[in-house]
Write a protein of this length. Sequence first.
Length: 538
Amino acid sequence: MAVAPSWIEAHCVVPDGFKKGQPFVLYDYQLTYLANFYSVRGDAKWLPASPLLAPAFLYRRGLLIGPQKLGKGPHTAAHVCLEGVGPALFAGWAVAGDGYACVDHGCRCGWEYEYDAGEPKGMAWPTPLIQITAYSEEQTDNIYDALRPMIEEGPLADLIPKTGEEFIRLPGGGRVDVVTSSHQSRLGQRVTFVPQDEVGIWTRQNKMVKVAETQYRGLAGMGGRASLTSNAWDPAENSVAQLEFESADRDIYRQFVEPPRSLRFGNKSERRKIFRIVYPADVLTRNGGHIDLDAIEAEAVSLAARDEPQAARFFGNQLVAGAGTAVDPVRWAKLGKPRQVPPGTRIGLGFDGSLSDDATILRGCTADGYSFIVHKQIRPPGRKEWRVNKSLVNQAVARAFTSYQVGRMFCDPPKWWTEIEGWMAEYNLDGEEPVVMFFDTFQDRRMGPAVGRWLAAIGEGTHTHDGDADTTDQVLAAHKRKARTRDPEDDTRTLYVLVKGGDGRKIDAAIADVLAHEAAMTMPQPDEEPTPVFVWTS
């Protein structure tokens, strides 16, 4: 529906800066996004008595991912103007001589648009209800503070004579409101258009996933649509941006220019290449735009000194995990290479157990570093009365020892002392190196080296895995914490242990995977001298 972006350029003005009040000319990336957002289905039918709303379009939502300072705030403000008083709805198919004239819609600017035969026509919402939504007031201000002068300084002042500090009243009884995580009282109200900003930080933990889902239901009831904008998200947080981008839904338009992952943000020359990819040529000052790459470089370097992953996401549009995350989700996903482990294979086992909370996990790992699930019991979400079935755990351990050659089994003992002692009595042979062994994961001096070897194997690509969903979620939930180190004169390495992140998600499978890997890497091979087990004594 080409009339939509054309209307924006004819009615919206630059909200600030040296060009304040001049026509708002869309950058190529903005035009591409809007052209796709307003793409009409070829089979859309026009019924004047019952206009086709959101279902007329190919997409019910749009997702725009871009780096800092790209101009997403003014872009969204212009989009709000269009949905508020412009031709944002499908109004049938044009025939020769059809056109859109502002005078017919209460606007005295004199603008007219001539349709080509067969082109989709546009019309305005009779009662537009818009909610500008973000996690914080600062983020909604980025849009709202651009929206008000965009209206007041241009032709739209004729249609929208008053713009308040808290809301804007639109023709036909419509309005533009602001919603944040702190002020959600308007959720559940009728809405026709919802711009959601910085959805890369909307998570279940901060309740913003619920906000998004509530607004989507409201839009569905009104035939409205949503437009989402954000910087690149942290792939360890399962944000709304990530959920929408990875969704299998085909009626979500996604616009995301991601630089090659081989380019390193920490390297100056490669960082400049990244900037030239994610900041289009027409937004640069040398081409009449507003972006100075030298200024971007200075801001990025300053942030990178404190938090390079965040700088890479904000300015490089790169999907990298936050600094505290133990494992990069993209790296972990690449190592998911499911395969069959034949009976009789020599393996190590890792066990981390619980009784009524969290999860009980038994994982295996082959000598070449491939780990796989042997048994798992996880408390269902919302279940208060639930306990692990210890009988099933004992059966799983027995099957593992029957099916494979278990060279070593490391067990985290809390609450499972009796069971582990039973496994030791059954599977440890007198006079031989023990197979089943306690491994106190709370002892930093012991756990640190095991975690270090596990992280190194992931970094080197030698620790592959079965892609088990629960393991993946719990590995990505694990964070690194510095462990106590030995005497600096003896060893100056920094050791890390795994801890739960701030969202409190389970990490039992991550611990079990570390133990399975450690067991496999230290277990004696047949006809070989036993590998010494790293044991600390106080």
